[in-house]
Design a binder for this molecule. Structure first.
Ligand SMILES: Nc1ncnc2c1ncn2[C@@H]1O[C@H](COP(=O)(O)OP(=O)(O)OP(=O)(O)O)[C@@H](O)[C@H]1O
Length: 257
């Protein structure tokens, strides 16, 4: 197995003449938690959407374990083990937490309705779903209606559903967005835990999260990679500091406190 699990070569996305992602070449190491950061409008979301195949690149290539996946569709890369964390809108709010994880598993297995309705299959799926809930510390919420879950716990459910698809590479889009301090702490610890034996690439604004758990960080600015390295390295880089100072999103400094 190569050490680099995901690589982009000169990845570029233009929107009607505007270059949102400009010749980005990334290398994500196997086993790492890798963050994509940058001030507002830097191109993080666009880059993420290219990697998850929600957008087609204007130029450049994407390789997963050395295989060119540039032309593949989201479902095809999911089968290869690249799983994007599902937004919570993808779950059924009126079903229980356990039922949602079970449905996620059933989808991943691709089993037919009649097959998974059999009691034996259902019990097996229930056992696996409970194990996944235990992994994200949601066991005590198994019978809770999903709509009633506290916000931070919904992200944990999202991660459990993602784990059910047995990701080799997990892609997380701002996993702590909109959370209070306590939830940020819990979800950060959870990401660290589930990263064991996997690789995680995430877009994240919260520098406390990035500095706490990420092995490597790529900083984007105006669509291009400005700097790359450990948090200690990039947070000291004068160009990175300047990029954040010149932006309304100057929370890079906040992480030092
Ligand atoms: N569909 C689109 N059509 C035209 N321009 C777009 C489109 N999507 C993004 N852009 C532009 O590309 C640039 C990068 O946007 P993107 O959302 O990728 O940045 P970001 O780093 O994720 O920002 P934020 O931190 O604010 O979410 C922005 O100037 C944005 O206006």
């Amino acid at each position: 197995m190569p050490d680099v699990i995901l690589e982009t070569r000169d990845l570029t996305k233009e929107f009607k003449g505007f270059t949102a992602v400009n010749q980005v070449s990334l290398q994500v190491q196997r086993g790492h938690i890798h963050a994509l950061i940058g001030p507002n409008g830097a191109g993080k979301t666009t880059c993420f959407n290219l990697l998850t195949k929600f957008l087609a690149p204007s130029a450049g290539r994407i390789l997963f374990n050395g295989t060119d996946i540039t032309a593949l569709k989201p479902a095809q890369i999911a089968r290869m083990g690249i799983i994007r964390s599902f937004q919570i809108s993808a779950v059924f709010p009126h079903l229980t937490v356990l039922e949602n994880v079970r449905i996620g598993l059933q989808r991943a297995l691709g089993t037919s309705f009649y097959f998974w309705r059999s009691e034996k299959t259902l019990n097996r799926l229930n056992d696996r779903a409970m194990a996944l809930l235990a992994e994200v510390d949601l066991e005590q919420f198994a019978d809770t209606i999903t709509a009633d879950l506290p916000y931070g716990r919904k992200r944990a459910l999202e991660i459990a559903t993602t784990l059910g698809m047995e990701p080799e590479l997990m892609l997380l889009d701002e996993p702590t967005q909109g959370m209070g301090h306590e939830d940020v702490h819990r979800v950060t610890a959870l990401i660290k835990k589930v990263a064991s034996g996997r690789t995680i690439l995430m877009v994240e604004h919260n520098m406390n999260v990035v500095s706490g758990i990420c092995d490597r960080i790529s900083v984007l600015q105006r669509g291009a990679v400005l700097a790359e390295g450990s948090y200690a390295d990039v947070s000291r880089n004068p160009q990175v500091i300047e990029a954040y100072m010149g932006s309304a999103d100057n929370n890079l400094a906040g992480a030092h406190g």
